[in-house]
Design a binder for this molecule. Structure first.
Ligand code: ADP
Ligand code: MG
Length: 699
């Protein structure tokens, strides 16, 4: 063997620093952008392509064209007229000359172009003293890269100021990727090659070559599909393997009707919707089976999740076990307590709230009752799984919000030998593609129907100048016996300026606009007692207007409230606005949501338009996904996958389904991935998801 050759061998795992044309300084910048190895560079997906068929010749350009022009730089220069300064570049493509201009330009642009250089420009043709391209996008080309004369399709890459500052604009990426292709002794092993999937999948090598150096346009979608599939497939494999493990956990069997569920059902003050009944049936089948339930219960605000959770709890309690309801915050825990208590009282189920503030004898009493089983349903925060909380027999855990049980917490529950059933409730509608990815290891139930008789909520966006009219309207509603929320954005409850704005607003409304005795106020920094007191007053209609920060977002149920005014609505995210609006429209009266837009921003405007257009939470979630991307739905968890630029949850529905199907089928046949045909698959999978293998059991 030739040792020097081995030494210099370039593999997909090779550090990017040692690639020709990179080096330590530029390598560090690439690494800061997530490109550590040759493989990472190979998977750096182009943004778009510069295709010969799209290039126009200068003498054919007309005003208004979205043009792609390639030319040699003839001259550059900064100019100043009386009222503005600008930078311009004049190019020629043989057919004519064209000037590109930048007003208010960043200083670096003046350094960017050299005379004689070949550049592609993309922009709109406008008329300013002749035809100009104003603020065009551009791409420096190398000699030999001119797609018009060579018939090439050139990849253009996403870049940042920092990357560009060390030469990684599109041209830089094209150069370095050419170097990879000539230096690479072996392309990455195709991990899904041996799976014999009946899908139109080209080989990994072909896909990578095509994606960076396509021979023709038609090849690009196939290559993209191949790479997308791989990305989704590995994530679905993780989900399939996890689900396998979860399914194998021996769970409880709750197959008795018990003493409570029938009576509670009969005493309900309403008829369950078909969707609620369907979901209860799905849950019931889990409870009866001897494997552990892991079910996500999704339903829009007001769809009636609480009663579904409660009937589930009643069934488990009827089988002699206990139930814990875990909420992410104490406020929410309190609200759940209120929600569940109304139902518990129908049949005399013993329910208690366990929260941080309770100490001493009082806490001891509560713990004793949980230990002896006298308490049947416990509501609280994560504090519920602390060591000194001992259940007689915990059979079901209901977790609120997509804030999921960490793997550690799940384990710590198992280790205590409880093996409880698990029901996760979320009021944040999630687009289906996300539900089957991020919750891909769980069963998903959706309450996709609101109780009948609900009036739709009328939503209007207003400017602050309209507020006097809004206040008149509120007075009218109040005179008819209704109530109103006015919400201020306090993004974190500790943000001082926000709290001050809310307080000022409260005083203004109380002293200047409405009758002082009718206005209440809550914020998240108040003492619980005070907050509870304010809530009670509003509940009993002793105050008619409740000024609040976002603490009222989830859970509060006051059917008599018909108006929701959201101040600075442009500052809220769509999910939050949707949650807020869900606080009204809960009774028999027509409700109104008034979104006050104080500052115009492009995104804010777009969000408010969505709110005006629809009240359907799933539709709003889709729009949210399109505007913000999936990261926002789930925080930073699993972000490598979500951030992968090749993944697009809005467009990839079909690919995700195919990838999921393939992954689940493979795990069905070979649950530990030990078959010879799965060797490469397993290797690549464990490399990729190293840090997430704790709920996975492979050979
Ligand atoms: P969610 O938690 O899904 O936002 P809730 O469980 O708080 O919704 O229910 C909203 C309101 O609708 C509550 O007042 C609840 O009692 C009521 N409700 C639930 N199910 C029904 C139903 N089938 N018919 C009428 N009202 C219902
Ligand atoms: Mg079961």
């Amino acid at each position: 063997m030739n040792t020097s050759n081995t030494f210099y061998q370039t593999t997909p795992e090779s550090d990017i620093t040692y690639l020709k044309g990179v080096g330590p300084r530029r390598g560090a910048v690439l690494k800061a952008h997530g490109i550590h190895t040759i493989r990472d560079l190979l998977y750096y997906i182009p943004r778009k392509y510069l295709d010969r068929t799209l290039v126009m010749s200068i003498n054919q350009l007309r005003i208004g064209d979205e043009a792609v022009v390639i030319g040699k730089v003839l001259a550059t220069g900064s100019k100043k007229t009386r009222n503005r300064s600008f930078f311009q570049v004049t190019i020629s493509d043989g057919s004519g000359m064209l000037t590109c201009v930048w007003f208010r330009h960043s200083p670096w642009i003046t350094e960017k172009f050299t005379e004689g250089e070949l550049v592609a420009f993309y922009g709109k043709v406008e008329f300013y003293n002749g035809l100009k391209l104003v603020h065009p996008d551009f791409d420096l080309l190398d000699t030999g890269e001119d797609p018009v004369n060579t018939g090439q399709i050139l990849a253009t890459y996403p870049s940042t100021g920092e990357l560009k500052s060390v030469g990684f604009d599109s041209r830089g990426f094209r150069r370095v990727i050419r170097n990879v292709f000539s230096a690479l002794d072996q392309f990455p092993v195709d991990p899904i090659k041996d799976l014999s999937l009946s899908l139109p999948l080209i080989t990994l090598t072909d896909a990578l070559k095509t994606i960076h150096q396509p021979q023709c346009q038609e090849d690009i979608p196939k290559a993209l599909y191949r790479l997308k599939f791989e990305e989704h497939f590995f994530f679905q494999l993780l989900m399939a393997l996890r689900r396998k493990v979860l399914r194998e956990i021996v769970g409880r069997v709750f197959d008795q009707q018990g003493a409570y569920v029938k009576e509670m059902y009969e005493k309900l003050p309403f008829k369950l919707t078909d969707a609620q009944i369907k979901v209860l049936r799905e849950i019931r089948s889990n409870l009866k089976s001897p494997s552990q339930m892991n079910r996500l219960l999704q339903g829009d605000v007001g769809s009636g999740k609480t009663v579904v959770a409660m009937l589930t709890a009643a069934l488990v309690i009827g089988n002699g076990a206990q139930v814990a309801v875990m909420a992410p915050t104490e406020i929410l825990a309190e609200q759940h307590l209120a929600g569940f208590t109304t139902f518990c009282d129908l049949v005399d189920i013993q329910i208690v709230l366990l929260k941080g503030g309770i100490r001493g004898d009082q806490r001891q009493d509560i713990l004793d009752d949980i230990r002896t089983g006298k308490t049947q349903l416990v509501v609280g925060t994560h504090a519920l799984i602390q060591e000194d909380v001992v259940f007689k027999d915990l059979g079901l855990i209901i977790v609120d919000e997509q804030h999921r049980f960490g793997v550690d917490q799940r384990k710590s529950l198992m280790d205590k030998g409880w093996s409880p059933e698990m029901l996760v409730m979320t009021a944040t509608p999630i687009p289906r593609t996300l539900a089957i990815t991020y919750h891909g290891d769980m069963d998903v139930s959706v309450i996709d129907e609101l109780p009948s008789g609900r009036k739709t909520i009328k939503t209007t966006v207003v400017k602050p100048t309209r507020l006097p009219k809004v206040y008149d309207f509120i007075r009218k509603e109040i005179s008819q016996g209704r109530q109103c929320f006015v919400v201020y954005p306090v993004i974190e409850e500790s943000e001082k300026p926000d709290i001050e704005a809310a307080e000022t607003g409260y005083r203004y409304l109380k002293e200047k606009i409405f009758n002082a005795s009718s206005v209440g106020y809550i914020n998240g920094r108040m003492k619980t007692d005070e907050r509870t007191e304010q809530m009670r007053k509003f509940e009993r209609n002793e105050t008619q207007i409740l000024v609040a920060t976002t603490v009222i977002e989830v859970g509060i149920d006051i059917p008599n409230a018909t108006v929701m005014v959201v101040e600075n609505a442009e500052r809220f995210g769509l999910a939050q606005l949707h949650q807020l609006r869900g606080r009204i429209g809960r009774g028999a009266h027509q409700s109104f949501c008034i979104l006050v837009e104080r500052k115009k921003t492009e995104n804010g405007r777009q969000r408010l338009k969505v709110m005006e257009r629809t009240i359907d939470g799933f539709q709003i979630a889709d729009e949210d996904l399109a505007m913000r991307g999936p990261g926002e739905f789930f925080g930073t968890q699993q972000s490598g996958y979500a951030k992968s630029r090749i993944v697009n949850f809005r467009e990839d529905g079909a690919v995700i389904q195919q990838a999921r199907h393939a992954a689940f089928e493979i795990v069905d046949r070979d649950p530990h991935l030990t078959a010879t045909a799965h060797r490469n698959l397993r290797k690549r999978f464990t490399d990729r998801y190293q840090s997430m293998l704790d709920l996975v059991n492979i050979g």
